[in-house]
Design a protein around this ligand. Sequence first.
Ligand code: FES
Ligand code: FE2
Length: 419
Amino acid sequence: MQRWPKPAEGSWTEHYPELGTGPVSFRDSTSPEFYEMEREAIFKRTWLNVGRVEELPRVGSYLTKEIDAAKTSVIVVKGKDQQIRAFYNVCRHRGNKLVWNDFPNEEVKGACRQFTCKYHGWRYDLEGALTFVQQPGEFFDLDNAQYGLSPVHCDVWNGFIFINLDPQPRQTLRDFLGPMITALDDYPFELMTERYDFVAHNNSNWKIFADAFQEYYHVPSLHSQQVPTEVRQPNTTFECGHFQIDGPHRLVSTAGTRRWLLAPEYMYPVERATRSGLVGPWRTPETHQSAGLNPGGIEPWGITNFQIFPNLEILIYHGWYLLYRYWPTSYNTHKFEAYNAFHPARTVRERIEHEVASVVLKEFALQDAGMLGGTQAALETGVVDDFPLNDQEILVRHLHKVAVDWVEDYRNERSPVGV
Ligand code: FES
Ligand SMILES: [Fe+2]
């Protein structure tokens, strides 16, 4: 395995001295009290990705997002002016949930000309204005203009739709994303519209799961596939080429052509047979360039994995990408959303490559999910709380530090130290 040069300080971790190098506590992932603080300090105050513009193709296209961590439901809709807006999913008459189909807690997607409340039939247009009230003469000086849907801040970056539940966001979306992420401004995500989505409900804290997707140290051990133990290489290692941190966000780049990111003995037979799999189609039609894609100048470049705080991860491969979102549902459970996105297949062979890549991803993610339920349970025993992290795990160290910092900042804002 190739060794990659480290920063002048001798390690990636020491290059960011605020991270320290000592053992790390994971109490932030086992404490119900901490989770309650995260809801306020993080999920109700930062930009959250809820979809892509392709999901709202025409005027009236909408989707709802249930955000358990913020105890809310949001409607995202494309208006007559083509602008995408977000609203709390609450009728202004008596608070009924406005948009849902069979089960009130399930997310829905569709297209409509207006939203009609199921309870008393009030209607709202695509821009959130109240347009119809049943028996208006029965009300007392009702001014429709005062009873539009409550807006939620909404903005779009490179086709990714974000919302912010803070009544007054402290940063614009662009400022929040910062230079490392916005360096991808020209990356053509919009070309990759063939999507394979899946959702899993996992028994671990959202950060514990995210951790497994921000280090590759575990890959030779956990994802050893079907390699018989007697032929498995005992000392297989994996070293990443470049780590970078910018504010609350982080990235890691790994080297390798599509085919050799994983050695063949770590692949399933179907991957070898179809020449596709976890690392995508081995022969990808095109690779798109962007200044932000390979900031470490890794050659040959393989993947860059962007971790956008708090719960979004975009992994860009040669000509396709993967997206993960971790939505907490309690201190020790979360909903994991994932999809693979490819250029629309032009041949049957390409379609098979895409499907194999998607199925293998699901298999890998399940390997992580199954094990991390065990990690969570073991952490919750509370027996141990100082965990040594190595230099390949720098991003794990960073995520937990940022979460703790945001919670502490929030606490200090509410009751400043010494007051
Ligand atoms: S609660 Fe929506 S119309 Fe009455
Ligand atoms: Fe994994």
